[in-house]
Write a new protein. Structure first.
Lengths: 502, 168, 502, 168
């Protein structure tokens, strides 16, 4: 059984993983870069090892140094969190070779699901619906045209090796087909050194709905229902919720079965997520599999009641799953919002800096996963996510009300955050009604603009308070008026000199 | 003594008429407020006005006379305009300096400097690219300009509000 | 429908109530005493009214001033929280007379349940089991002796008008009976001006188990299962959990029915709690009814999934209950610990003072209800409870592990707190095994003593860190060594003079 | 320079042997530690020793040389003994003052003063009752004593560590 886990990550997810380890009586090892000495994960862990300079490529992505730290500390397992090395088959294999348990899936599963075309083929073979399109990389215009004629417009052309939107082209009209295919191919060639593309039916009103799965090393696989992740800004999820407001019990059951089948096709063990694209008529198509823990896993934990990190560790220990599909239920409704250090009123400019003050909303149905603290300086080298706020309530409506209540008192000063922007999302009619797709942010720009919500009185009071603060500071700097006061002040000074801390 | 204070780009007159502990009588322009103002945490004030409760959070902006004030979901820039500030304000107006400097608004790392000193740049061209938190920001010029001085080089770490390029 | 609620309370419960109001779109009004101007409930509310000096009798118990504040603010309802005026029938009636909704039960229910003997009689009439004993106040020795002979020893003799342990006598041996009855009567006379006593069977291994009930104004009453509250120090609850580790489904169903019957006997509406005393064989007897929200209500909220404050408000609005008994289930296990400002290693001496620093444990399954913040000075006039930490997990064992994990990082500096003591409770075998009764604290004194759990190394590091801090402070106070440094320091000073805040 | 430091009632020798940024080499008695010590929050240090991570929280106790140090669930009183402290320590020892003063260990309100100046009190008798947070605390004498001075009266608010009664 695993006794000591090295967490090859930083930020909130490192602490998230360590919390479950602590509850299981497992010791924790942190690794950190130059700029992360003061980071909370170093403080939270039982042990901490320095692994290099700030840039990820020289620290959190350095497999050799991480393995070295694991060996030096005697850690018998490594949890990769999300991002960094979490979906790196080489790292998973390296751990295996070094006799360290990788808390995640097999290199085979990572590899198969990591390549879009292989994944797609595997899914078709397993009977999981995929977006109509090519199964083989397309390397010439002629084949491309044939395929497009078969699928019908609109289509999306994507680089086979790609990611991050590079080499992607949406084609709506027949006359643009030739140009778009050529452009996508040359872009793919330039970006990835491979001009293979694949072509898919374009879903014009797409919902991003994903299913959480858990598989053990004995072939048991279950799903923990869906997460609705359609609120996205530039392919970045902003708000996630479960259950999905558009889901029906029948479709949920069918999609859950498809998710399990998808995982089974790669003999999946560990926690994973099957992402589907779903149209307005609830037709669903396999999009991709994330072979790791997701950022938004807490909403599933809250609604299903299962600690996913503990499950990952149990699976890594070779234990059979302790749940059967029929044991699991969704209770109530959970919503997660991601708090980023960015300025939503200034083109989402990143806002690294020193956290001066944090006020956490507390109370019923409120969960936080974060890592910042007062006096902590958010470095500019990594992801700008500061924390996740997760609320639960009996109903979706109540969950939104609770989230509003929580955001109202959530204050992080020193850096700009996305909190006001998140608050505005909750007032958009399409969100309130639960009728939104991945175009939500784009289509609701008007609602999402900063609005003057303050009364004249509030503006006056803001000005007055700043002024009072300024005057009070001035007074404290003023030389005292009389001799007697002077004497007192010297006494005070003497006292303060001795006691520097408040 | 009356001061001037700038909020939402308007300059307003402000004066403390009387004070008794945390009870203030304050006039802003011609409106008089009676307020109970008390600092509850460092930089956080609780304000009661006619029994309404406000939480006002002050963050220093640029120096001790400039604040960012947060209340509810609104954020304001507030500047206290004393004699010194007035002087600075006038001087700056004469210099017209601001438009001649490309300043990094946030801490980051310079990943690209696309011109060198003396180069002519066209309106809309990117001069510097700064990276922070996995995102690149491009700094462009709005009109045709000439580059006078470049104060940073690729790989440099810049802090917020640091001048990077001076234009002619 | 209620639009504005005045919360006639302070501390964590005032904020707890306001949170639910905010989620329901209801405005909130705080009242505060002289020493509570900076208290969080004043900051959290939409409006705040000053009602008098620090002592409760001159502020939070002043019905006239509270009613006046309600009228001035236009509040249409008053929530009394717990303590203070929450179980005051006169106040409930006064609100009614003044046309303000009292968010709580009828004066009749408060009155009936507030008097021990009337309550007992009412319960017997309703068929709710009570501890065998007298139904009428006993005013002479002869009757007392007869009763005791009938019930059998041991018995407890209690002042009829009493409370707080005054006028209570445990009698185990026949020869002590006469003396004990006389002593109890004269003590009762002295303390309450009434020498009436009542006599009850003494349960030697008692468990304190209570049932949450909800009743509406249409005669519907349901229960929300039990809370186990046997971990008590001087009749003060310290740890509460649900489900009770000794409960069986059969007894739970029977006790739940008894609780509903008890509430029905006084036509109860609102949230209330039926306290039972339960022996090792799960025989249960009605103890008393608390006609208000309990401190420990969050564990029920977490396990049953119902927001009790919202239910109170809905009931006060005259709405019928939205749950039927058969809709309700217990999911998983919740434990609450109460964090007091007291020194557990020094005879639980109260420890009011200035909070310098708080670190909240966050993450999955952790809820906080508190009111303190950094820079807040806990006044000496009121209850020393600072906050409640509530954890939830799938199983009791996991909940204990989670609570340990949470307490490990929960830091409140500036005042002494019960956190280390709570942590020790979680290591007592009787607690771990769930085999404890109200004698738990008394019987486990040995386990609950402060223990040296630190290694030599930790002690050395504590000493070294203090020393390093001291040396650093010294250096900062030292005059600079060279002229150049001096110049720099003046520059720094100039800068710092302008920027007072960090 | 070597100092003396008191922890858990033991006096130990302590010396910084070398320092490089946040890396310290420190000897306590004869044991040498190599440590990475960094202040992360005001009064909170993160300490790494042979890769073990410690969070150490410092709270000032009585003046700048006296700390309460919290680490894990343990709390220690630590006193730095410099020249001044040594002098104070010796002087206090001569006076033998401590046993002659009843001090309130916490803030509260004096609800009862049971004797007056000059009264003789017997061992175990309560002299003062202080109330805080709904709880009364009684302050007794351990031996037979005479009351020299009473510094508080009923209704007074006392702060922590305030002398209330001086005994002969």
């Amino acid at each position: 059984m695993i006794k000591k886990v090295l967490v090859a990550n930083r930020g909130e997810i490192a602490i998230r993983v360590m919390r479950s380890c602590r509850e299981m009586g497992i010791e924790t090892v942190a690794v950190y870069s130059d700029v992360d000495r003061k980071s909370m994960h170093v403080r939270y862990a039982d042990e901490a090892y320095h692994i290099g300079p700030a840039p990820s490529a020289e620290s959190y992505l350095r497999m050799d140094r991480i393995i070295e730290a694991a060996k030096k500390s005697g850690a018998d397992a490594i949890h990769p969190g999300y991002g960094f090395l979490s979906e790196n088959a080489t790292f998973s294999a390296l751990c295996e070779k070094e006799g360290i348990i990788f808390i995640g899936p097999s290199p085979h599963a990572i590899e198969t699901m990591g390549d879009k075309i292989t994944a797609r083929k595997t899914m078709i073979a397993a009977g999981v619906p995929v977006v109509p399109g090519t199964t083989e990389p397309v390397r010439d215009i002629k084949t491309a045209l044939e395929v497009i004629r078969k699928i019908g417009l609109p289509v999306m052309i994507k680089a086979s090796a790609g990611g991050g939107g590079k080499g992607m082209r949406l084609v709506k009209n027949e006359e643009d087909v030739v140009n778009a295919v050529s452009a996508a191919r040359s872009e793919a060639k330039a970006a990835f050194g491979d001009d293979a593309v694949y072509i898919e039916k374009y879903i014009s009103s797409p919902h991003h709905i994903e299913f959480q799965v858990l598989g053990d090393k004995h072939g048991n696989i279950i799903h923990l229902f869906e997460r609705e992740c359609s609120v996205q800004r530039r392919h970045q999820k902003v708000v996630e919720e479960t259950p999905s407001p558009i889901m029906t019990p029948e479709v949920r059951a069918k999609m859950g079965e498809a998710a399990v089948a998808a995982a089974r096709a790669v003999n999946y063990y560990g926690a994973g997520t099957i992402e589907f694209i779903v149209d307005d008529n609830l037709n669903y198509y396999f999009l991709e599999m994330n072979t790791r823990l997701q950022v938004e896993h807490p909403i599933t934990e809250r609604v299903v009641g299962v600690d996913l990190v503990k499950q990952q560790i149990n699976i890594a220990n070779g234990l059979p799953l302790s749940y059967k599909q029929e044991d699991l239920r969704q209770h109530g409704h959970a919503i997660e919002v991601r708090i980023y250090a960015e300025d939503p009123d200034n083109n989402f400019m990143p806002s690294p800096g020193l956290i001066k003050h944090i006020t956490h909303p507390l109370g019923f149905g409120v969960r936080h996963d974060g890592y910042a603290y007062e006096g902590y300086e958010i470095p500019m080298y990594y992801d700008p996510m500061i924390s996740k706020l997760i609320v639960w309530a009996e109903t979706r409506r109540e969950a939104i009300a609770r989230l509003k209540r929580a955001l109202f008192v959530y204050k992080i000063t020193g850096v700009k955050t996305s909190i006001p922007y998140l608050r505005r999302i909750l007032d958009v009619p399409a969100f309130i009604e639960g009728r939104y797709n991945t175009h939500f942010i784009e289509e609701n720009q008007e609602y999402l603009q900063p609005k003057r919500t303050c009364s004249e009185r509030a503006v006056d009071i803001a000005a007055i308070t700043a002024f009072v603060d300024y005057i009070n500071k001035l007074e404290r700097l003023q030389p005292p008026a009389t001799e007697k006061q002077l004497a007192n002040n010297w006494k005070d000074f003497g006292r303060k000199r001795g006691v520097l801390r408040f | 003594m009356a001061y001037e204070i700038k909020i939402e780009d308007k300059i307003r007159n402000i004066e403390i008429l009387s004070r008794d502990g945390n009870y203030y009588q304050i006039a802003i322009d011609n409106k008089v407020y009676e307020l109970d103002i008390i600092e509850v945490e460092q930089g956080v004030y609780s304000v009661l006005h006619e029994n309404s409760s406000f939480n006002v959070e002050l963050v220093e902006n640029k120096g001790s006379k400039s604040y960012i004030v947060n209340t509810f979901f609104s954020s304001f820039e507030v500047d206290i305009i004393d004699a010194e500030a007035k002087y600075q304000l006038n001087r700056r107006r004469d210099d017209g300096d601001d438009g001649n400097v490309i300043v990094s608004p946030m801490p980051g790392k310079v990943v690209k400097v696309l011109f060198k000193e003396g180069d002519a740049v066209k309106a809309g061209q990117t001069v510097v690219v700064v990276s922070a938190m996995k995102m690149d920001s491009e700094y462009k010029v709005k009109q045709d300009r000439t580059i006078k001085r470049i104060l940073v080089k690729e790989g440099d770490t810049v802090s917020g509000d640091q001048p990077m390029v001076i234009l002619e």
